[in-house]
Design a binder for this molecule. Sequence first.
Ligand code: G3H
Ligand code: 13P
Ligand code: ZN
Length: 310
Amino acid sequence: MGLQTTKEMFAKAYEGGYAIGAFNFNNMEVVQSIARTAAEEKAPFILQASASAIKFAGMAYVIALAKAVEAENPDAVFALHLDHGEDFEICKACVDAGFTSVMFDGSKYPLEENIRRTKEVVDYAHAHGAVVEGELGRLAGVEDDVNVSAEDAMYTDPAEAERFVKETGVDSLAIAIGTSHGAFKFKGEARLRLDILEEVARRLPGFPIVLHGASSVPGYLIDQINAYGGQMDGAKGVPAELLRKAASMAVCKINIDSDIRMAMTAAVRKSFVESPANFDPRKYMGPARDEIRNVVIDKLRNALGASGKA
Ligand code: G3H
Ligand code: 13P
Ligand code: ZN
């Protein structure tokens, strides 16, 4: 119970054919909404902060928010994770501050260098009771007009994944199978290379895989944002059914940021248009929390399968 590493959560998720939601946060209202909704659903969860989130909120607030989650609900089963740590220093700073998990994202480096740098983080984190997520392969961007062979080169190579995990000692691995960050993921039909996931799982039995860029970009939120002055035409995410399928395979952690951003933006935009005279932030941050709750419930039940698993 309480703040913990992802070790036990991932072992149970792998065994049970579901995934843990890793939700990005930058402020208190987002944390409250994620933690309280997960408590209602009796679901384990991961709170994750990027380096820019830590810069925005301040490390002391990030840690205090995680402590507040524990204080409000001692039964919460959750981890505090650094998202996309780009060097040893940020990973060390987070481990030292009390994060239970860090990601070292060395995906931009050649394989050998990614292995060397990731292992350095693993050695430090493991010596201090924290776990590490590595990354191999490049997440596609919808703006990248890549031909098929270039696209293939961006996907994770299962043989390299096997070598990477064995040589670094990472606790989980993010792979590229067709997802991408942000709200504009696909021009045509959404497609994931589940065959690559299957081959990675065959080579690394029981090993937890992570999916980044996994927001579903719900149509009702696009419509609400557009209806109240926003511009999100053409936004497209990963359908919940595809995520559920991946979660039933080796994927144990699914990252969600854009959907939460959209929920907050949709609620705030609506409130500003409908109540132009209001200037009490609680009157729009409250609805924003409620809208995030709807997203988190939908994720836990329909995409992750994690409700009732805490
Ligand atoms: O993958 C990146 C996450 O969505 C965090 O984004 O660096 O803007 O906080 P950020
Ligand atoms: P989305 O942009 O799809 O929400 O992905 C978030 C993510 O991968 C954070 O690391
Ligand atoms: Zn990511």
